[in-house]
Design a protein around this ligand. Sequence first.
Ligand SMILES: NC(=O)c1ccc[n+]([C@@H]2O[C@H](COP(=O)([O-])OP(=O)(O)OC[C@H]3O[C@@H](n4cnc5c(N)ncnc54)[C@H](OP(=O)(O)O)[C@@H]3O)[C@@H](O)[C@H]2O)c1
Length: 292
Amino acid sequence: MTLFHREAQPSGRPSGHRGTADPSARVDAARVDSGGAAAAQADSARVGLVTGASSGIGAAVAERLAVQGGWRLVLNGRDRTRLDRVARRTGGLALPADLTAPGAPEALVTAATVAAQDRIGLLVAAAGVGWAGPLSTMPADAVDRLLTVDLRVTVQLVRLLLPPMLASKDGHIVLIGSVAGSLGVRNEAVYSAAKGALGVFADALRQEVRGSGVRITHVVPGVVDTPFFERRGVPYARSRPRPIPPDRVADAICRAVAVGREQVYVPGWMRLPGLVRSAAPGLYQRLAFRFG
Ligand SMILES: NC(=O)c1ccc[n+]([C@@H]2O[C@H](COP(=O)([O-])OP(=O)(O)OC[C@H]3O[C@@H](n4cnc5c(N)ncnc54)[C@H](OP(=O)(O)O)[C@@H]3O)[C@@H](O)[C@H]2O)c1
């Protein structure tokens, strides 16, 4: 029996609709109905919040956690239809919201906590956008959107979720970085910077919470076969590395959560270029300039 499961109505709204959310918050609090809360109370499974759950890696993580069992899933994404589909498949609660809207991270955490009537024990922060091209051609609003979705929103969610995790000496935060953040990829300067910052954020935070019972996992995927590239408007064009399926990243994330791993490269060999960059930066720059 899945705790948050409810059939979506033809309108796309679940049953138990009881009004409109605070418009400043933009999270559809109508989905946080009393039925869901009562069901949530009846279950002792831990609550996992997955952002980016309407597509790609986030959707694959939600499905993997649902198969694993022991989780009540709260799922965020923007596209209601796709998010509802993942929610139906995983028994999760869909809380659609554009996380760049003012107050949206706060509203999501509040809505998720109210629905679960419990603290959130796991965050998988998989929402993200890309942009590719020379920086001089990147529109200002694209810079803002990328830094907001890929960095600011994630930092805000962690800031909000951390105090109850620290108070209960238990919790797990999974941050989805990118190999672009370990290397700095040509024509992806802002994306590389956001993902690099996320990795340093993970390292710093891990030191801060060491011994508290809260774990921080930084996941560093290589190229993953998701709609990410189509959405950024520039398809993935290299012949190597070959894109890996999102399920493979989801498996690695779930294993890392199970055993408390701090950093995971998927595939594992993706760690190597970063090691070369650290050990021999001059050589790395020459190779990167030549091979891109
Ligand atoms: N694909 C790769 O090769 C690759 C490699 C390394 C790292 N990553 C990282 O992995 C993460 C997941 O990417 P993916 O490949 O799964 O891409 P994806 O299939 O495009 O999924 C991105 C997810 O982020 C959500 N999202 C985007 N903007 C949002 C916003 N403003 N508010 C709320 N949610 C928002 C999307 O929601 P909607 O679809 O509902 O809009 C979607 O669920 C990202 O952080 C990405 O940077 C991807």
